[in-house]
Design a protein around this ligand. Sequence first.
Ligand code: GLA
Length: 384
Amino acid sequence: MGFYKKYKRLNILLYLFVKILILNSCNLNNFKSQMKSYFGSLPNGEKIYKYKLSNGYMSVEIINYGGIITNINIPNSQGINTDVVLGFDTFDQYIEEHPYFGAIIGRYGNRIANGKFSLNGINYQLAKNNGENSLHGGLIGFDKVLWSVKELDDDTDPGIKLTYFSKNMEEGYPGNVQIDVTYILTKENELKILYEAITDSPTVINLTNHSYFNLGGESSGDILDHFLTINADSYLPVDKNMIPTGEIRNVKNTPFDFSEMKKIGLEIEIQNNQLIIGKGYDHCWVLNDYGKGIRKIAEVKSINTGINMEVYSDQPGVQFYTGNFLDGSLKSKKLNKYEKRSGFCLETQHFPDSPNQPSFPNVILDPDKKYQTQTWYKFSTKTY
Ligand code: GLA
């Protein structure tokens, strides 16, 4: 074979090789794409990575510290890319104090009164990090730990599985617990979060995600103009320490009625004892149809951007929190300030203080059982 022929053959082979490489990495058939990039380091040198899940239309970015969702980008009704979650552009801001932006919450999401509970006759004392209460897992909850990450390459949808081992008596909770949290972005624009846990001795567990959404865009002001529905006939009133009183109160004729689409800001400032205690909405709604598997529990829309979010979950409750404690001290990604009510959370979960309230659904995990729950946030954009 002459030099020219050999050269041509080599070129064709090289061309085919590069094409296969490109096709594999972009997975053009289903627009699946997953990217890992360096985001920063912990003071002890451990590296923090950001994982970007894209489906060709929208993307979700997650870091291995706290399993934090840092960005959710979706085109608005004008086709302009809009980031709909509060958070930061630099890792250092995430290790400073912040109110659980985007993080996985555990072992026990929400409040446990006096940081105390008893299980099988043994009393446990947790750290009090919220007045007299223990909140969101204690001083170093799952939002402040490093998770190991497995990229899920075998599925058609991009995803990652995060794993954390919580040792016996960590933050005062009994049992060695393995927790797996899987994030998947589907072609239907659903961010699916699957939570799993197993333990070697009885413990309590209540996992959630603490993303703050602003469907108008993360630096666009407050969320009071968003329209919300929550599929719940009742909610849990709280005492002055934000602990449920045990009453399950009907939402009818109260500002807590979101059974039909209503502006979040419509009644938030009215004189209502529960709104005064919460400084706005910061309550757990008792969702309808608990026990019947995953169902639609809420929907939110911004007319300005046309961005809509539906929430599906198999959980009994959702903490609807209107960012009442944001006070302008944190800088947003666009270097604005995160002021009061610049984001809202819909934290799907079991009821607060369940370990002390026997009438609430069970939160005990025994060694022969597997904890398995899921929540999906489904996005779409409309023109109004
Ligand atoms: C939860 C609580 C709120 C507040 C935020 C974080 O959602 O219910 O009261 O503590 O976390 O600031």
